[in-house]
Design a protein around this ligand. Sequence first.
Ligand SMILES: C[S@@+](CC[C@H](N)C(=O)[O-])C[C@H]1O[C@@H](n2cnc3c(N)ncnc32)[C@H](O)[C@@H]1O
Length: 263
Amino acid sequence: MPLTALQKFEQQIERQLRLLEARKYLIERRIERQIRLFEKKRDDIGKKIEDQFRQFERKKGIRLDDEVRFIRSWIERPLSIGAVTPSGRLLARTMARYVDPASEGPIVELGPGTGPVTEALVEAGVAPSRLVLVEFNAAFCRLLRSRYPEATLVQGDAYSLRRLLDNLLLQPAAAVVSGLPLITKPIRERLDLLRDAFDLMLPGAPFVQFTYSMAAPLPKRLGGYSVEASERIWMNIPPARVWVYRDQGSGIRDRKSETEYRD
Ligand SMILES: C[S@@+](CC[C@H](N)C(=O)[O-])C[C@H]1O[C@@H](n2cnc3c(N)ncnc32)[C@H](O)[C@@H]1O
């Protein structure tokens, strides 16, 4: 029996769909192969860097465990780690200088990593039991738990700060100290984080943030908060600057477009 026009059309469509499926399968296999190649290369590069660190340790007779941990995490998630080495002592101490150890209330640290800023805070006189450490990397959390057993460790996303800490802080925080790679986030998310941090803190308490960027991590002239900055710390790899933001009580002004936030 001759095929109707509709049946012919259906057969054509089916053939096209089968061809499409076959092509899709090939493309998927090709992508998988590329991903496997990339992962292998990434692991090889990571191993090479780690070997170089170990050789340097043997030559100099020192241990660089935190640096190696950091490199490993950076290779896995470069954008969220945001740095290839932990902060140097000078940068960590500069961050800690903006926190008054005699103030009352918890001190929140966002993205403590392997803990160089945590160490500087404790050295400056902050009791470890006052520290609330918010970190999402599981390996860093394990390390922090063993190094600062008295601190409160929260494994989670610092950009959901209110949800994470609202029921945890029994009194307003005296400071929020952040090592987050803030500039990898859209400006609106950064401002939301700042607003959340201000809501959790005593009025006028500092939000301390470092950045490797030449530009301020949060807009300087937005209004509603005061801004101060340290000198550039050249002794850090890479050089960095510390920025401090304090709520002035009038609320962060809201703007519509991202470009309006630029300084
Ligand atoms: C640039 S490193 C700084 C680490 C440490 N504060 C220092 O100065 O060496 C950024 C840290 O923030 C953590 N981090 C990044 N995004 C985060 C997020 N959304 N929530 C919690 N931690 C985050 C990373 O895992 C990493 O430990």
